[in-house]
Design a protein around this ligand. Sequence first.
Ligand code: HEC
Ligand code: HEC
Length: 382
Amino acid sequence: MKNVLTPALLFFFALVLMVPAMAEIIDDDTPVPPVGDWGGPDRVLTDVELEQWIRGRKVFDKDWRQFEGLGTPDMNADSCRACHQQPVIGAGGALDTNVTQFGNDNGGAGPFTELPGGLVASKLRRPDTPGREDADPAADLFEQRQTPSLLGAGLIDGIADSVILANEDPLDNNGDGVRGVARLIDTGSGLEVGKFGWKGQIPTVSDFVRDAVSNELGLTVFDDGRGFGLLTDADGIADPEMPIQEYEDLIFYNQHLAAPPRAGGAVAEGEALFTSIGCATCHIPELPGVNGPVPLYSDLLLHDIHDVDFRGTAEPDAPVGMYRTPPLWGLRESAPYLHDGRATTIQAAIEQHFDEAENSRLNYEALTASEREQLLLFLQDL
Ligand code: HEC
Ligand code: HEC
């Protein structure tokens, strides 16, 4: 037979070969990592809870199909795992899993405004989607958002709002140059601190899971009365598209992922430097949670640590340049760094600290080479 490998056939083989990289990675035989280990549960679970956790992990890994409600109009991927999988399922993602937000800021002169259709630029959209067929021509600002690790998120859920609010200092009354402010989100039944998302835009893990199910996968969710996620969409598939059992299992799994374990090296010197040069002012080593101290290395407040010429998105109560202090646990496995993933190393991330973090960056730059090495050893232990 001649001409067997036509371009169409080659394309077909390319598709088939691509599948393993994109396919599901969890099946019934996939072991559950030990409690407290990378990708394992956060505590000893009862048999019933463990079954739910295992089911939830499968939902997180599941490749959804269009007949189940995937997409339409928009989606970024067909599974949670597609982005949250490094170094283990449930953690973060590389640069190619970034999502994009956009709007107009008059070429940098400001103010930032959202364009019709919202902030999020969809990665994947059926060509027949009405409206926003292409990027809005008025868009002149595109902001990358790096996929963060979800390990330990449930522990952050258990930090009371009052604990976070106690560290606010928006007018810098204590004169240390740092002006942390909590972002308050209206959930319909009151204001709650936004503890999740790069701009502190979402209060709880379950709110974020709902938001992700709808905005990343394009699936509608069961109404829990708090206003996050889509209850209906434009396709003909019955709502809620994510069945209630899978929805509850997914949330349980996300609420019970262990925080990244410490490497366990002798890093006391670096840890002392971290505090003495002012890093711990924002990256607070631990906050009290419902079940004891949570070693997250964050105050969960918004700060502006960007240079004067920084251009980025703005949201209500989260102006241009304001981002939530990211937790530093698991840092050794969460590169690239910063909201847009522009820092490939920990040192590069530190060198991008300006404004509210100007003093601590200058202190860092004034360290001797061996002190800097100690600090880095500590950060790589987290
Ligand atoms: C296309 C990549 C992508 C997919 C798919 C995706 N996420 Fe995310 N996820 C992100 C990015 C990027 C962020 C940060 C968004 C922001 O703050 O602007 C995020 C943030 C989160 C957070 C908040 C974490 C924190 O500490 O702030 C949770 C929880 C989450 N995702 C859960 C999920 C779940 C559950 C799914 C599946 C339903 C999912 N994600 C699918 C990219 C993705
Ligand atoms: C004024 C508060 C503040 C201080 C002080 C501060 N940081 Fe940060 N740090 C932040 C914020 C906010 C971000 C996120 C900025 C962004 O993504 O645009 C950040 C990001 C980081 C990141 C990247 C984390 C990630 O997951 O992307 C590292 C690493 C880091 N800081 C380390 C340090 C070290 C080390 C010091 C001391 C030299 C320090 N920071 C001082 C607020 C602070």
